[in-house]
Write a protein that binds this ligand. Structure first.
Ligand code: GDP
Ligand code: IMO
Ligand code: MG
Length: 450
Protein backbone atom coordinates (compact mmCIF):
# COMPACT_ATOMS: atom_id res chain seq x y z
CA UNK A 1 0.00 0.00 0.00
CA UNK A 2 1.37 3.42 -0.91
CA UNK A 3 2.63 5.98 1.58
CA UNK A 4 1.97 9.71 1.68
CA UNK A 5 4.48 12.38 2.66
CA UNK A 6 3.64 15.89 3.87
CA UNK A 7 6.61 18.18 3.41
CA UNK A 8 6.98 21.89 4.15
CA UNK A 9 8.36 23.76 1.15
CA UNK A 10 9.39 27.01 2.85
CA UNK A 11 11.11 27.80 6.17
CA UNK A 12 8.70 25.83 8.36
CA UNK A 13 5.31 26.64 9.91
CA UNK A 14 3.49 26.08 6.61
CA UNK A 15 0.57 24.50 8.55
CA UNK A 16 1.77 20.93 8.05
CA UNK A 17 0.09 19.92 11.32
CA UNK A 18 -3.32 20.98 10.07
CA UNK A 19 -2.93 19.04 6.84
CA UNK A 20 -1.57 15.93 8.56
CA UNK A 21 -4.52 15.91 10.95
CA UNK A 22 -6.92 15.99 8.00
CA UNK A 23 -5.09 13.32 5.99
CA UNK A 24 -4.79 11.05 9.03
CA UNK A 25 -8.36 9.90 8.39
CA UNK A 26 -7.16 8.07 5.28
CA UNK A 27 -4.12 6.45 6.93
CA UNK A 28 -3.27 3.82 9.55
CA UNK A 29 0.05 5.15 10.82
CA UNK A 30 1.47 8.69 11.12
CA UNK A 31 5.25 9.02 11.34
CA UNK A 32 7.55 11.79 12.58
CA UNK A 33 10.99 10.99 11.24
CA UNK A 34 13.29 14.01 11.79
CA UNK A 35 13.69 17.11 13.92
CA UNK A 36 12.60 17.21 17.52
CA UNK A 37 11.00 19.60 19.97
CA UNK A 38 11.95 22.49 17.67
CA UNK A 39 8.76 21.69 15.74
CA UNK A 40 5.44 23.23 16.73
CA UNK A 41 2.48 21.86 14.78
CA UNK A 42 -1.00 23.22 15.31
CA UNK A 43 -4.33 21.45 14.89
CA UNK A 44 -7.60 23.29 15.46
CA UNK A 45 -10.80 21.34 15.71
CA UNK A 46 -14.17 21.82 17.36
CA UNK A 47 -13.04 25.08 18.97
CA UNK A 48 -10.01 23.39 20.56
CA UNK A 49 -6.40 24.12 19.68
CA UNK A 50 -3.69 21.47 19.94
CA UNK A 51 0.00 22.29 19.81
CA UNK A 52 2.11 19.25 19.00
CA UNK A 53 5.85 19.17 19.06
CA UNK A 54 7.38 15.68 19.13
CA UNK A 55 4.21 13.65 18.90
CA UNK A 56 2.73 13.27 15.40
CA UNK A 57 -0.31 15.38 14.55
CA UNK A 58 -2.28 12.18 13.89
CA UNK A 59 -2.56 11.50 17.64
CA UNK A 60 -6.00 13.09 17.89
CA UNK A 61 -7.56 10.26 15.85
CA UNK A 62 -7.84 7.24 18.17
CA UNK A 63 -7.59 4.44 15.59
CA UNK A 64 -4.27 5.57 14.22
CA UNK A 65 -0.80 4.58 15.44
CA UNK A 66 1.68 7.43 15.81
CA UNK A 67 5.36 6.66 15.44
CA UNK A 68 8.43 8.71 16.33
CA UNK A 69 11.40 7.16 14.55
CA UNK A 70 15.14 7.04 15.13
CA UNK A 71 15.70 10.05 12.90
CA UNK A 72 14.13 12.26 15.56
CA UNK A 73 16.13 13.71 18.45
CA UNK A 74 14.06 13.09 21.51
CA UNK A 75 13.86 15.05 24.72
CA UNK A 76 12.17 12.59 27.10
CA UNK A 77 11.03 15.34 29.42
CA UNK A 78 9.35 17.18 26.52
CA UNK A 79 7.68 14.05 25.20
CA UNK A 80 6.35 13.18 28.66
CA UNK A 81 4.92 16.62 29.24
CA UNK A 82 3.31 16.44 25.82
CA UNK A 83 1.83 13.04 26.71
CA UNK A 84 0.58 14.40 30.05
CA UNK A 85 -1.00 17.38 28.41
CA UNK A 86 -2.75 15.22 25.79
CA UNK A 87 -3.98 12.73 28.39
CA UNK A 88 -5.31 15.53 30.60
CA UNK A 89 -7.41 16.64 27.63
CA UNK A 90 -8.82 13.17 27.02
CA UNK A 91 -6.52 11.97 24.22
CA UNK A 92 -5.42 8.34 24.54
CA UNK A 93 -1.80 7.55 23.89
CA UNK A 94 -1.07 4.35 25.79
CA UNK A 95 -1.48 1.93 22.90
CA UNK A 96 -1.07 4.11 19.85
CA UNK A 97 2.24 5.92 20.40
CA UNK A 98 5.53 4.24 19.53
CA UNK A 99 8.99 5.70 20.09
CA UNK A 100 12.12 4.38 18.46
CA UNK A 101 14.83 2.90 20.66
CA UNK A 102 17.23 4.38 18.09
CA UNK A 103 16.18 7.98 18.75
CA UNK A 104 19.03 10.08 20.12
CA UNK A 105 18.41 11.70 23.48
CA UNK A 106 18.58 15.45 24.06
CA UNK A 107 20.33 16.11 27.38
CA UNK A 108 20.73 19.37 29.34
CA UNK A 109 24.24 19.92 27.90
CA UNK A 110 22.77 19.99 24.40
CA UNK A 111 20.51 22.84 25.40
CA UNK A 112 23.44 24.65 27.06
CA UNK A 113 25.57 24.18 23.93
CA UNK A 114 22.75 25.38 21.71
CA UNK A 115 22.62 28.68 23.62
CA UNK A 116 26.39 29.07 23.71
CA UNK A 117 27.12 28.27 20.09
CA UNK A 118 24.30 30.07 18.34
CA UNK A 119 26.02 33.33 17.62
CA UNK A 120 27.95 34.83 14.73
CA UNK A 121 27.48 31.86 12.47
CA UNK A 122 27.77 33.74 9.21
CA UNK A 123 28.46 37.42 8.65
CA UNK A 124 27.90 38.14 12.35
CA UNK A 125 24.32 36.87 12.21
CA UNK A 126 23.05 34.16 14.56
CA UNK A 127 20.95 31.25 13.32
CA UNK A 128 18.41 32.08 15.99
CA UNK A 129 17.74 28.45 16.89
CA UNK A 130 14.77 27.38 18.95
CA UNK A 131 17.20 26.66 21.83
CA UNK A 132 15.96 23.09 22.17
CA UNK A 133 19.40 21.47 21.86
CA UNK A 134 18.60 20.09 18.42
CA UNK A 135 21.87 20.93 16.62
CA UNK A 136 24.16 19.79 19.44
CA UNK A 137 22.27 16.49 19.80
CA UNK A 138 22.53 15.77 16.06
CA UNK A 139 26.20 16.73 16.23
CA UNK A 140 26.80 14.13 18.93
CA UNK A 141 24.84 11.57 16.91
CA UNK A 142 27.12 12.06 13.93
CA UNK A 143 30.19 12.23 16.20
CA UNK A 144 29.08 8.96 17.90
CA UNK A 145 31.50 9.07 20.84
CA UNK A 146 29.22 11.15 23.11
CA UNK A 147 25.82 9.98 21.88
CA UNK A 148 23.16 8.24 23.95
CA UNK A 149 20.05 6.72 22.36
CA UNK A 150 16.71 5.91 23.93
CA UNK A 151 17.54 2.20 23.93
CA UNK A 152 20.71 2.90 25.95
CA UNK A 153 18.64 4.17 28.88
CA UNK A 154 17.52 0.59 29.58
CA UNK A 155 21.00 -0.91 29.61
CA UNK A 156 22.98 -1.75 32.74
CA UNK A 157 25.90 0.47 31.73
CA UNK A 158 23.77 3.61 31.34
CA UNK A 159 25.28 5.31 34.40
CA UNK A 160 28.82 4.50 33.30
CA UNK A 161 28.08 5.86 29.83
CA UNK A 162 26.57 8.99 31.32
CA UNK A 163 29.67 9.61 33.46
CA UNK A 164 31.91 9.33 30.40
CA UNK A 165 29.79 11.77 28.40
CA UNK A 166 29.42 14.25 31.26
CA UNK A 167 33.14 14.32 31.92
CA UNK A 168 33.76 15.23 28.29
CA UNK A 169 30.96 17.77 28.12
CA UNK A 170 32.00 19.46 31.33
CA UNK A 171 35.50 19.90 29.97
CA UNK A 172 34.52 21.25 26.59
CA UNK A 173 31.83 23.54 27.94
CA UNK A 174 34.08 25.04 30.61
CA UNK A 175 36.57 26.08 27.93
CA UNK A 176 33.76 27.88 26.06
CA UNK A 177 32.07 29.58 28.98
CA UNK A 178 32.55 30.11 32.68
CA UNK A 179 28.82 30.22 33.29
CA UNK A 180 28.20 26.54 32.62
CA UNK A 181 26.25 24.68 35.25
CA UNK A 182 27.68 21.46 36.60
CA UNK A 183 26.08 18.25 35.47
CA UNK A 184 25.70 15.66 38.21
CA UNK A 185 25.82 12.20 36.67
CA UNK A 186 23.96 10.50 39.52
CA UNK A 187 21.16 13.04 39.55
CA UNK A 188 20.80 12.95 35.77
CA UNK A 189 20.87 9.16 35.86
CA UNK A 190 18.01 9.10 38.36
CA UNK A 191 16.02 11.63 36.36
CA UNK A 192 16.47 9.88 33.01
CA UNK A 193 15.97 6.39 34.43
CA UNK A 194 12.64 7.66 35.69
CA UNK A 195 11.74 9.07 32.27
CA UNK A 196 12.78 5.77 30.70
CA UNK A 197 10.48 3.81 33.00
CA UNK A 198 7.54 6.00 32.12
CA UNK A 199 8.27 5.75 28.41
CA UNK A 200 8.94 2.01 28.43
CA UNK A 201 5.52 0.91 27.11
CA UNK A 202 6.04 3.05 24.02
CA UNK A 203 9.61 2.10 23.14
CA UNK A 204 10.25 -0.30 20.30
CA UNK A 205 12.24 -0.92 17.14
CA UNK A 206 10.18 1.34 14.88
CA UNK A 207 12.23 0.50 11.78
CA UNK A 208 11.13 -3.14 12.01
CA UNK A 209 7.58 -2.05 12.87
CA UNK A 210 7.28 0.27 9.88
CA UNK A 211 8.82 -2.20 7.43
CA UNK A 212 6.34 -4.87 8.56
CA UNK A 213 3.51 -2.35 8.37
CA UNK A 214 4.25 -1.08 4.89
CA UNK A 215 4.88 -4.57 3.53
CA UNK A 216 1.58 -5.79 4.95
CA UNK A 217 -0.43 -3.05 3.28
CA UNK A 218 -0.79 -0.47 6.04
CA UNK A 219 -1.21 3.12 4.87
CA UNK A 220 1.60 5.33 6.16
CA UNK A 221 1.59 9.10 6.43
CA UNK A 222 4.95 10.82 6.94
CA UNK A 223 4.81 14.17 8.73
CA UNK A 224 7.76 16.40 7.91
CA UNK A 225 8.95 18.91 10.47
CA UNK A 226 10.51 22.28 9.61
CA UNK A 227 10.59 23.07 5.90
CA UNK A 228 12.71 22.18 2.89
CA UNK A 229 14.62 25.49 2.96
CA UNK A 230 15.83 24.54 6.46
CA UNK A 231 17.29 21.23 5.22
CA UNK A 232 20.84 20.73 6.54
CA UNK A 233 22.18 19.67 3.13
CA UNK A 234 19.93 21.44 0.63
CA UNK A 235 18.59 24.45 2.50
CA UNK A 236 19.90 27.95 3.14
CA UNK A 237 23.00 26.76 4.98
CA UNK A 238 24.14 27.67 7.62
CA UNK A 239 20.75 29.17 8.52
CA UNK A 240 19.09 25.79 8.65
CA UNK A 241 18.15 23.11 11.13
CA UNK A 242 20.33 20.04 11.67
CA UNK A 243 18.26 17.38 9.90
CA UNK A 244 17.09 16.63 6.37
CA UNK A 245 13.80 18.46 6.57
CA UNK A 246 13.06 18.28 2.84
CA UNK A 247 11.55 15.23 1.16
CA UNK A 248 14.98 13.63 0.86
CA UNK A 249 14.96 12.93 4.62
CA UNK A 250 11.92 10.68 4.76
CA UNK A 251 13.70 7.40 4.07
CA UNK A 252 16.85 8.03 6.07
CA UNK A 253 14.88 9.27 9.06
CA UNK A 254 12.29 6.49 9.08
CA UNK A 255 14.04 3.48 7.58
CA UNK A 256 11.24 3.06 5.02
CA UNK A 257 12.62 2.95 1.47
CA UNK A 258 11.56 5.57 -1.06
CA UNK A 259 9.96 2.95 -3.28
CA UNK A 260 6.91 2.98 -0.95
CA UNK A 261 6.28 6.73 -1.21
CA UNK A 262 3.81 7.42 -3.94
CA UNK A 263 2.17 10.69 -2.94
CA UNK A 264 4.19 13.69 -1.85
CA UNK A 265 2.24 16.76 -0.84
CA UNK A 266 4.16 20.01 -0.64
CA UNK A 267 2.77 22.44 1.94
CA UNK A 268 3.08 26.17 1.34
CA UNK A 269 1.84 29.30 2.95
CA UNK A 270 0.23 31.63 0.42
CA UNK A 271 3.08 34.02 1.32
CA UNK A 272 6.46 33.56 3.02
CA UNK A 273 7.51 33.48 6.65
CA UNK A 274 10.75 32.75 8.41
CA UNK A 275 11.67 32.71 12.06
CA UNK A 276 15.30 33.11 13.04
CA UNK A 277 18.24 34.50 11.07
CA UNK A 278 19.37 34.17 7.48
CA UNK A 279 18.46 35.73 4.15
CA UNK A 280 14.86 35.85 3.00
CA UNK A 281 14.75 37.54 -0.40
CA UNK A 282 11.05 38.48 -0.35
CA UNK A 283 10.94 39.72 3.26
CA UNK A 284 8.79 42.80 3.78
CA UNK A 285 10.19 44.57 6.80
CA UNK A 286 7.50 47.21 6.46
CA UNK A 287 3.75 47.80 6.77
CA UNK A 288 2.93 45.00 4.29
CA UNK A 289 4.94 42.51 6.35
CA UNK A 290 3.23 43.73 9.50
CA UNK A 291 -0.17 43.33 7.81
CA UNK A 292 0.64 39.66 7.09
CA UNK A 293 2.01 39.12 10.61
CA UNK A 294 -1.10 40.48 12.27
CA UNK A 295 -3.63 38.77 9.98
CA UNK A 296 -1.71 35.48 10.00
CA UNK A 297 -0.89 35.65 13.73
CA UNK A 298 2.69 35.07 12.70
CA UNK A 299 4.35 34.43 16.03
CA UNK A 300 6.36 31.22 16.55
CA UNK A 301 4.46 28.22 17.92
CA UNK A 302 7.51 27.11 19.95
CA UNK A 303 9.24 30.35 20.91
CA UNK A 304 6.53 33.00 20.25
CA UNK A 305 9.11 35.02 18.30
CA UNK A 306 7.53 37.27 15.65
CA UNK A 307 7.94 35.60 12.29
CA UNK A 308 9.47 37.55 9.44
CA UNK A 309 6.88 37.92 6.68
CA UNK A 310 7.05 38.56 2.96
CA UNK A 311 5.68 37.82 -0.49
CA UNK A 312 5.40 34.35 -1.97
CA UNK A 313 8.78 33.24 -3.30
CA UNK A 314 8.14 31.02 -6.29
CA UNK A 315 11.85 30.63 -7.07
CA UNK A 316 12.47 29.05 -3.67
CA UNK A 317 9.23 27.04 -3.74
CA UNK A 318 9.89 25.70 -7.22
CA UNK A 319 13.32 24.56 -6.07
CA UNK A 320 11.97 22.85 -2.97
CA UNK A 321 9.05 21.22 -4.74
CA UNK A 322 11.51 19.63 -7.15
CA UNK A 323 13.93 18.73 -4.34
CA UNK A 324 11.19 17.14 -2.27
CA UNK A 325 9.67 15.29 -5.23
CA UNK A 326 6.32 16.98 -4.78
CA UNK A 327 3.29 15.73 -6.72
CA UNK A 328 0.72 18.22 -5.50
CA UNK A 329 0.52 21.43 -3.50
CA UNK A 330 -1.44 22.48 -0.43
CA UNK A 331 -1.67 26.25 -0.23
CA UNK A 332 -2.41 27.33 3.32
CA UNK A 333 -3.45 30.62 4.98
CA UNK A 334 -4.84 32.02 1.73
CA UNK A 335 -7.38 33.97 3.82
CA UNK A 336 -4.56 36.08 5.25
CA UNK A 337 -4.01 37.80 1.89
CA UNK A 338 -7.52 39.33 1.73
CA UNK A 339 -7.65 43.12 1.76
CA UNK A 340 -4.51 43.81 -0.24
CA UNK A 341 -4.81 45.82 -3.47
CA UNK A 342 -2.02 43.86 -5.04
CA UNK A 343 -0.43 40.55 -4.15
CA UNK A 344 3.10 40.01 -5.31
CA UNK A 345 4.85 36.83 -6.37
CA UNK A 346 8.59 36.62 -6.76
CA UNK A 347 9.01 34.72 -10.01
CA UNK A 348 12.74 35.18 -10.61
CA UNK A 349 15.97 36.24 -8.94
CA UNK A 350 18.61 38.50 -10.41
CA UNK A 351 22.20 38.39 -9.23
CA UNK A 352 24.58 41.12 -10.38
CA UNK A 353 22.15 42.05 -13.12
CA UNK A 354 21.76 38.54 -14.48
CA UNK A 355 18.73 36.25 -14.22
CA UNK A 356 19.49 33.13 -12.16
CA UNK A 357 18.42 29.72 -13.37
CA UNK A 358 18.72 28.02 -10.01
CA UNK A 359 18.12 28.73 -6.36
CA UNK A 360 21.58 29.82 -5.12
CA UNK A 361 23.65 27.23 -3.26
CA UNK A 362 25.76 29.79 -1.38
CA UNK A 363 24.32 31.99 1.32
CA UNK A 364 26.22 35.08 0.10
CA UNK A 365 24.54 34.78 -3.30
CA UNK A 366 21.13 34.35 -1.71
CA UNK A 367 21.81 37.47 0.35
CA UNK A 368 22.65 39.40 -2.80
CA UNK A 369 19.80 38.34 -5.08
CA UNK A 370 17.24 40.90 -6.21
CA UNK A 371 13.74 39.44 -6.37
CA UNK A 372 11.79 40.07 -9.55
CA UNK A 373 8.13 40.43 -8.76
CA UNK A 374 4.89 39.91 -10.59
CA UNK A 375 2.00 41.92 -9.27
CA UNK A 376 -1.46 40.37 -9.23
CA UNK A 377 -4.77 42.03 -8.36
CA UNK A 378 -5.80 41.34 -4.77
CA UNK A 379 -9.25 40.66 -3.34
CA UNK A 380 -11.23 42.00 -0.41
CA UNK A 381 -13.60 39.16 0.30
CA UNK A 382 -13.29 37.26 3.57
CA UNK A 383 -12.33 33.72 2.53
CA UNK A 384 -12.71 32.04 5.90
CA UNK A 385 -16.12 30.55 5.09
CA UNK A 386 -15.42 29.43 1.52
CA UNK A 387 -15.96 25.69 1.06
CA UNK A 388 -15.56 25.20 -2.70
CA UNK A 389 -12.76 26.21 -4.98
CA UNK A 390 -15.07 27.81 -7.52
CA UNK A 391 -16.45 30.09 -4.77
CA UNK A 392 -13.08 31.70 -4.22
CA UNK A 393 -12.87 35.20 -5.73
CA UNK A 394 -11.55 35.09 -9.29
CA UNK A 395 -8.47 37.07 -8.25
CA UNK A 396 -7.63 34.43 -5.62
CA UNK A 397 -8.11 31.66 -8.17
CA UNK A 398 -5.79 33.49 -10.58
CA UNK A 399 -3.19 33.80 -7.84
CA UNK A 400 -3.34 30.06 -7.12
CA UNK A 401 -3.25 29.23 -10.81
CA UNK A 402 -0.11 31.31 -11.15
CA UNK A 403 1.52 29.40 -8.30
CA UNK A 404 0.60 26.14 -10.03
CA UNK A 405 2.20 27.31 -13.23
CA UNK A 406 5.36 28.63 -11.64
CA UNK A 407 5.83 25.46 -9.60
CA UNK A 408 4.54 23.10 -12.31
CA UNK A 409 2.32 21.22 -9.87
CA UNK A 410 -1.44 21.25 -9.18
CA UNK A 411 -2.94 22.77 -6.04
CA UNK A 412 -5.06 20.02 -4.49
CA UNK A 413 -5.83 21.64 -1.12
CA UNK A 414 -6.47 25.26 -0.17
CA UNK A 415 -6.74 26.31 3.46
CA UNK A 416 -8.73 29.39 4.42
CA UNK A 417 -8.59 29.25 8.21
CA UNK A 418 -7.03 27.27 11.06
CA UNK A 419 -9.96 24.92 11.63
CA UNK A 420 -10.19 21.45 10.11
CA UNK A 421 -13.40 22.56 8.39
CA UNK A 422 -11.81 25.57 6.72
CA UNK A 423 -10.24 23.44 4.05
CA UNK A 424 -11.03 23.21 0.35
CA UNK A 425 -10.12 19.89 -1.21
CA UNK A 426 -10.00 19.70 -4.97
CA UNK A 427 -9.93 16.43 -6.79
CA UNK A 428 -7.16 16.01 -9.32
CA UNK A 429 -9.50 16.32 -12.26
CA UNK A 430 -10.48 19.78 -11.06
CA UNK A 431 -6.93 20.84 -10.38
CA UNK A 432 -5.26 19.78 -13.61
CA UNK A 433 -7.02 22.05 -16.15
CA UNK A 434 -5.65 25.14 -14.44
CA UNK A 435 -2.19 23.89 -15.34
CA UNK A 436 -2.86 24.76 -18.97
CA UNK A 437 -0.27 27.49 -19.24
CA UNK A 438 -1.84 29.51 -22.04
CA UNK A 439 -5.18 30.13 -20.39
CA UNK A 440 -3.66 32.18 -17.58
CA UNK A 441 -4.06 35.93 -17.30
CA UNK A 442 -0.77 37.77 -17.56
CA UNK A 443 0.60 39.72 -14.60
CA UNK A 444 0.05 43.44 -14.49
CA UNK A 445 3.60 44.61 -14.20
CA UNK A 446 7.04 43.67 -12.96
CA UNK A 447 8.76 45.38 -10.09
CA UNK A 448 11.97 44.84 -8.19
CA UNK A 449 13.14 45.92 -4.75
CA UNK A 450 9.60 46.02 -3.42
P1 GDP B 1 3.38 23.78 11.12
O1 GDP B 1 4.60 23.91 11.96
O2 GDP B 1 3.72 23.67 9.67
O3 GDP B 1 2.45 22.68 11.55
O4 GDP B 1 2.58 25.14 11.27
P2 GDP B 1 2.30 25.96 12.64
O5 GDP B 1 1.25 25.27 13.40
O6 GDP B 1 3.57 26.28 13.34
O7 GDP B 1 1.79 27.35 12.05
C1 GDP B 1 0.65 27.44 11.27
C2 GDP B 1 -0.33 28.40 11.96
O8 GDP B 1 -1.32 28.80 11.04
C3 GDP B 1 -1.08 27.77 13.12
O9 GDP B 1 -1.32 28.74 14.10
C4 GDP B 1 -2.40 27.31 12.46
O10 GDP B 1 -3.46 27.20 13.40
C5 GDP B 1 -2.62 28.43 11.51
N1 GDP B 1 -3.35 28.07 10.28
C6 GDP B 1 -3.35 26.89 9.61
N2 GDP B 1 -4.03 27.01 8.45
C7 GDP B 1 -4.50 28.27 8.42
C8 GDP B 1 -5.25 29.00 7.46
O11 GDP B 1 -5.62 28.52 6.40
N3 GDP B 1 -5.53 30.30 7.76
C9 GDP B 1 -5.12 30.89 8.90
N4 GDP B 1 -5.45 32.17 9.10
N5 GDP B 1 -4.39 30.24 9.82
C10 GDP B 1 -4.08 28.95 9.58
P1 IMO C 1 7.92 23.42 12.29
O1 IMO C 1 7.99 21.91 12.24
C1 IMO C 1 9.98 27.21 11.72
C2 IMO C 1 14.27 27.30 12.62
C3 IMO C 1 14.72 28.10 13.81
C4 IMO C 1 16.10 28.52 13.35
C5 IMO C 1 16.58 27.28 12.60
C6 IMO C 1 17.46 26.35 13.42
O2 IMO C 1 7.02 23.94 13.32
O3 IMO C 1 7.68 23.97 10.92
P2 IMO C 1 16.96 24.66 15.42
O4 IMO C 1 16.38 24.89 16.77
O5 IMO C 1 16.24 23.67 14.60
O6 IMO C 1 18.43 24.37 15.44
O7 IMO C 1 16.83 26.10 14.67
O8 IMO C 1 15.42 26.58 12.19
N1 IMO C 1 13.22 26.28 12.91
C7 IMO C 1 11.94 26.40 12.56
N2 IMO C 1 11.29 27.41 11.96
N3 IMO C 1 9.33 26.07 12.01
C8 IMO C 1 9.97 25.03 12.59
O9 IMO C 1 9.39 23.83 12.78
C9 IMO C 1 11.33 25.18 12.92
N4 IMO C 1 12.25 24.39 13.51
C10 IMO C 1 13.40 25.08 13.49
O10 IMO C 1 13.88 29.21 14.03
O11 IMO C 1 16.01 29.57 12.41
MG1 MG D 1 5.39 25.20 13.40
Amino acid sequence: MPATCVIGLQWGDEAKGKLVDILTEQHDIVVRYQGGANAGHTVVSGGQTWKLSLIPSGILRPDVTCVVTGGVVLNPCSVLSEIDSLVSRGVRVERNLLLSDRAHIVFPWHVAEDHLLDSSVSGGEAIGTTGRGIGPCYRDKVGRALAIRLGDLYRSDFLERLRHVIQNKQQSLSTTSTAVSQFDADAIHREYADYAERLRPHVTDTTAYLLDAVESGKRLLFEGAQGSLLDIDHGTFPFVTSSNSSGVGVSSGSGVPGRWMNRVIGVLKAYSTRVGGGPMPTEQDNAKGEYLRQRGNEYGTVTRRPRRCGWFDAVAARYTSRLSGVDELSVMLLDVLSGLDQVLICSAYELEGRRLDHFPSHIDDLRAVVPVYESWPGWNEDLSGVQHYQDLPQAAQNYLARIETLLGRPVSVVSVGPDRNQTIQRDNAAASPSLSFNALPTPQHHATHV
